[in-house]
Design a protein around this ligand. Structure first.
Ligand SMILES: C[S@@+](CC[C@H](N)C(=O)[O-])C[C@H]1O[C@@H](n2cnc3c(N)ncnc32)[C@H](O)[C@@H]1O
Length: 286
């Protein structure tokens, strides 16, 4: 059965219909409806704003209705569209990649402060997922030699595609944390590992349901991957090397204690834009 009448198939009418469907299900029903209609029709925002009464063909309207239903069921826009902007880069996603989060830009900013421009230093991004962090660093520090790893080959394939589409040089390795980097040392190591507790109630509802569990769960206390990284990082940093780690808002004290216990120094905790402790950095003794 058709879900529309022919008279409804103008952009403005479809946006209105989307707003009605998404009100109470999304914090931004108009924006969501507009973005989904643009994606379904292949038209840009300006064209849609200039010509709201343009007619939309049946196939595009059907695609839009499917998008609206997915959004109604709380699927994040980035998962529906298959891409997300991060550090002004268009990052493509697949079912095995985490949607890059705005708070992860703090990790990029922090790492950039420790990476001088114009020097060919060695950087590693562990658990690269879509490649978001490594890609942002490569865009800002073209001389750096960046290695990015992930245990998930499908995530790594997407990261490789992103690097190639964006023309950014990154070397990719598949494996378990430092496993593929045996015997190698770096000047800077960054990671945004899975750090959500296995029983976090937030994971039973909302957007997290649509993301790969391997990218989210960090064991019973959320610290399993962080523990692994903190335990081995000293074996892979050059003297004076810099480590920056993203973690949960309530994990900073535990991360600082772990890093100190493992002999790292100059340990600093940073807050994200929402004021949550989000990134901890440390240096390898010289
Ligand atoms: C929180 S996501 C971060 C993705 C990306 N770096 C970002 O910031 O958007 C964590 C990533 O770690 C990867 N991962 C999980 N367990 C791993 C392991 N044992 N070794 C290496 N990578 C792992 C996941 O596949 C996922 O891509």
């Amino acid at each position: 059965m058709r879900r529309w009448a022919v008279t409804e198939l103008t952009a403005a009418a479809l946006v209105q219909r989307g707003i009605t469907q998404l009100t109470g299900r999304s914090d931004s029903p108009r924006r969501d409806a507009e973005v989904l209609l643009q994606a379904a029709c292949g038209i840009d925002r300006t064209a849609l704003a200039k010509n709201p009464d343009c007619s939309i063909d049946v196939a595009a309207a059907d695609a839009y209705f499917d998008f609206l239903n997915r959004r109604y069921n709380h699927e994040p826009i980035a998962c529906i569209l298959g891409h997300k902007e991060f550090w002004s880069l268009d990052i493509e996603l697949n079912a095995s990649t985490l949607v890059p989060r705005p708070e992860t830009e703090l990790l990029v900013e922090t790492a950039l402060e420790a990476i001088p421009a114009g020097i060919a230093i060695e950087i590693a991004d562990l658990g690269t997922g879509s490649g978001a962090i490594a890609l942002a660093l490569a865009a800002e520090r073209p001389l750096a030699r960046i290695t990015a790893t992930d245990i998930n080959p499908d995530a790594l394939a997407q990261a490789r595609d992103n690097a190639s589409r964006l023309g950014l040089a990154i070397h990719f390795e598949e494996g378990d944390w430092f496993g593929p980097l045996a015997g190698r040392r770096f000047d800077v190591i960054v990671s945004n590992p899975p750090y959500v507790r296995d029983d976090d109630p937030l994971l039973q509802t909302g957007p997290a349901l649509f993301e790969p569990p391997l990218a989210l769960f960090g064991g019973q206390d959320g610290l399993a991957c962080i523990r692994t990284l903190c335990t081995s990082v000293k074996d892979h940093l050059n003297p004076g090397g810099f480590f920056a780690l993203e973690h949960g808002h309530d994990q900073q004290d535990a991360v600082k204690a772990l890093l100190s216990e493992k002999g790292l120094e100059s340990i600093v905790g940073l807050k994200d834009l929402a004021g949550h402790p989000r990134v901890t950095t440390a240096r390898m003794p010289r």
